[in-house]
Structure formats: C-alpha cells, structure tokens
Design a protein around this ligand. Structure first.
Ligand code: DLL
Length: 433
C-alpha cells in the first residue's frame, strides 16, 4: 500500500515545483539562523535569493561531517533550544559524535516518512512489528517506532539484545514484520534454531533491514533462513534517521528516495563534479522540510547511483541503488579497492560457510595483508581438517578471481565471530595502530 499516494506518485514537474519552493524556504531560513551556513554562502558569494531553479543548487557549497563536528554539539541548530523536543547522536565510531535535533514538527514529518517506508516494505494496519533496532541515541529504534504507530500497526519495542527473550516474544506474540539490522536478523535466526524454534512456524511476512551495508546474496540468505521477504531501508542520523529511502516490496530493486523532503545528488568524491543518473558516486543530501537541523548539500560518503525509471509499484521518486559501503569503508589492499560487501558476496556463494565474517587488515613487511575470517557451518566443521584447508584455498581463489585482491582465508568454528546487537563490525584495520 502507498501511504501518501499523492506525494509518492506525483508527476516529476509537480514534484520539482514543490522541491524548489521548499528549497528556497530552507536556504533563507538557514542563512538567517545558522552562522555556519551564512558564512559558507557569503564565502561563496551566494545569497539564498540567487537560487532561482533546482539546478542552481549546485552553486551552493557542500557540508561535511567535519563541519558538523566543528559545530558540536548544537551550533548547527536552526531553531532556539526551546523548540527542540528530541536529540539524537551518531555513535561516534569514526570520531566525535554528531548531534542532531528535532522540533515537534520534525518528529511528525519523520513519523510520516517512516510510516511511508514501512508501508512500502509491506506493513499496514493490523500488522505487529517486532522492532529490534536499538532504542537510544541511535535513530533506528525510535524512528521505526513512531512510524509504526503512525501507520496504525502494533509495535513491540524490543530493541537489540536479550536475544533468547526475543525468540520467546516472536513465538508468543506472533509479529508479522521484523525490523532490525540484517546481521542481527541472522543472529535471531541462529538463536531461534538453538532453542528449537523454526522461523517457518512464525508469522513473519516481511523484514525491513538496514543501517549497515548488506549484499544481494545476504538478502537471499536472510529470506531463506527467516522465511520472509526482505527489503532494504536506508537513512543516516545527520539527514534524519531511517526513512530517507526504502525499497518497495513489489520491486525490490533500488530504494525510493522521498524526494519531496530530500534532494539527492551524486557527485564524484574526488572532483566533487555532479554525476548524471546511473553513475556511481557519493550521495549528497539537502533536506527540504527539516526545522531544527536542516542540512544543505551534506556529503554522506555513501556510494550509490540514482535511477529515475518508473517502478512497478507506482511511486515516482527516484531509486538509489543498494549502498555498497561508505567511501571511507573501502579497503585499499595493495592498491586494489574493495568493499566488505563485495567479499561478502563471494562468501555467500560458498555453500559450506555461514553469513558471519570479519575482515582483518594488517601490514607485514610494508605490505597490506587481508585476512578473511569466516565461519563454517556445523556440518562442514565436523569434516576432516584437510577438507577445510582446500575450502580456504577455494574461497581465496574465488576472491582473487572475482575482485582481484589477494586474501588469506581463515575458517573459524561455528559462532567463532562475535555477534553484534546492532551494526556488525565487519572490518578490523590494524594498519594505523
Ligand atoms: O543507520 C539510520 C538507520 C536506522 C537506517 C535504521 C536504516 C535503519 P546512522 O547510525 O547515522 O543512521 O548511520 C548511517 O549507515 O551513512 C550508511 O553508511 C549506513 N547505512 C544505513 N542504512 C544503510 C543501508 C542509521 N540500507 C550510515 N545500506 C549511512 C547500507 C546503510 N548502508
């Protein structure tokens, strides 16, 4: 079902008229209320009134994560604190956390966009949503929660962790929609199996998974193990949280970006040149309706491309391709560029291994060494050691052939890799320690 039929299926021309009006309002507002933006626009010799068409947006300077950090905690807010009703923050794993704020109206907008997203993912009134995204400073838990309530579904605010108890809840309450990171979904499946609960006996129809990169192969694995249809949801706290883009369950091919609220652009991460539809580059967002924390041309560092072709679901909003990873997650191993999700795809092709892996990068004698640790299935593990060695060689050969990168493959025993309750830690890079 389409939640906001008018806006989600709007013809391009009408959509662009709304975008331009909202963009002009946002620019005027940030110019008058956020010193950072005023200074940046002045330095570029631009005034909000110079922006007469959507293509003029490209004249405005970019905003980076560093800019947000430099204005820690509240200096990017465009409203007085009296009007801020909620504060979230990024986990700060790559440095100082970024802090984001919401007015009451922002929370309303976000709830509505999340309701749209959940509806696109197959949810509706009468569904029971098992929400295993973490509640807290992370935007996942509360973002999904408010959207579920707005949609009129029942939400179980179970959050991450306490996995055995989650399995009991899944069995007893009969949830029909699962929301979690893809890695935690697999962990739920594993623990359910351990305690003798089969997903085939549960009531799940759809799963809305995101907050971390995952491959198409991982989707197949999740759909098979959890007996549901899995869709991809994207978002980032700096721009709002979850609910910026979502795959429709009908198409399952690219994520519709809610363009009446966000303008997406793709730029070359090196030259910052604007790239046309279809080309891969860094995703940049401008928010059109946010009050407390508007962002102008924010560089997400996520790599994707945009597809404007019509979708079978009827939504007219452009689709972004699955995010393969952040530009700063890309590993450069002896000069070869590789994303963890590419390795993931190769691993998922191998029947004997499980979808639990970690990449460790070291430097030995001034050379990068990539070790791929991956768990073998119980069945394979009980086989002879000789068989395991040839399996390691086979996977290593496949990685080399398909990605051009040399990797040592180390098979580990079942459950030998730590499970995360939120975003999985896929890479341990020891090169800079
Ligand atoms: O992860 C918001 C979210 C919550 C999205 C729940 C979806 C579901 P942050 O913690 O700020 O916000 O992390 C944002 O995570 O820039 C991407 O690098 C990555 N990411 C988010 N969704 C996806 C996805 C939330 N579907 C960062 N595929 C983003 C790949 C994703 N990467």
């Amino acid at each position: 079902m389409i939640h906001d039929i008018e806006y989600e299926t709007m013809p391009r021309e009408a959509l662009e008229a709304i975008q331009l009006r909202r963009l002009q309002n946002t620019l005027a507002r940030v110019y008058s209320s956020v010193p950072f933006y005023r200074d940046a626009f002045n330095a570029a010799g631009i005034k909000p009134s110079d922006i007469k068409s959507l293509s003029d947006l490209s004249r405005i300077p970019f905003t980076t994560k560093k800019d947000l950090r430099d204005n820690y905690p509240f200096n990017m807010f465009a409203v007085p604190m009296d009007n801020v009703v909620r504060i979230h923050a990024s986990s700060g794993t790559t440095g100082q956390p970024t802090v984001v704020g919401y007015t009451a109206r922002d929370i309303g907008t976000w709830s509505n966009l999340m309701a749209r997203a959940l509806a696109a993912g197959g949810a509706g009134r009468g569904d029971i949503i098992h929400n295993a995204y973490g509640y807290g400073l992370f935007t996942g838990g509360l973002g999904i929660h408010y959207g579920a309530e707005r949609l009129g579904a029942s939400v179980i605010p179970v959050s991450g962790g306490n996995t055995k108890r989650q399995v009991v809840i899944m069995k007893d309450f009969g949830p029909t929609i699962l929301t979690s990171t893809p890695s935690y979904a697999l962990h739920l499946a594993e623990v359910a199996e351990e305690v003798g609960v089969s997903f085939d006996s549960l009531k799940f129809k759809f799963g809305v998974f995101g907050a971390e990169p995952w491959s198409e192969k991982m989707r197949e694995e999740i759909e098979r193990k959890l007996n549901l249809i899995a869709v991809d949801i994207y978002g980032l706290s700096e721009v709002m949280g979850p609910g910026i883009a979502i795959e429709c369950h009908e198409g399952k091919k690219g994520l519709h970006v809610f363009e009446d609220h966000f303008i997406p652009e793709i730029v070359d991460p090196e030259t910052l040149e604007l790239l046309p539809y279809g080309e891969k580059g860094e995703l940049v967002f401008t928010s059109l309706t946010k009050e407390a924390f508007p962002v102008i041309r924010y560089r997400t560092r996520d790599i994707t491309s945009l597809n404007p072709e019509p979708c079978i679901c009827g939504r007219t909003h452009v689709r972004m391709s699955r995010v393969t990873g952040r530009s700063d997650d890309m590993l450069i191993i002896r000069g070869v560029n590789v994303f963890p999700t590419q390795i993931e795809s190769v691993l998922m092709e191998t029947e004997e291994v499980e979808p639990h892996y970690q990449l460790v990068v070291d430097r030995e004698d001034n050379l990068d060494v990539l070790t791929v640790k991956v768990e073998v299935s119980e069945r394979t593990f009980t086989d002879e050691v000789k068989g395991l060695q040839s399996l390691e060689r086979r996977i290593s050969k496949n990685i080399k052939e398909l990605l051009g990168v040399s990797a040592r493959v180390k098979l580990v025993e079942p459950k030998g890799i730590d499970r995360s309750q939120g975003k999985a830690v896929r890479v341990v890079d020891n090169r800079n320690i």
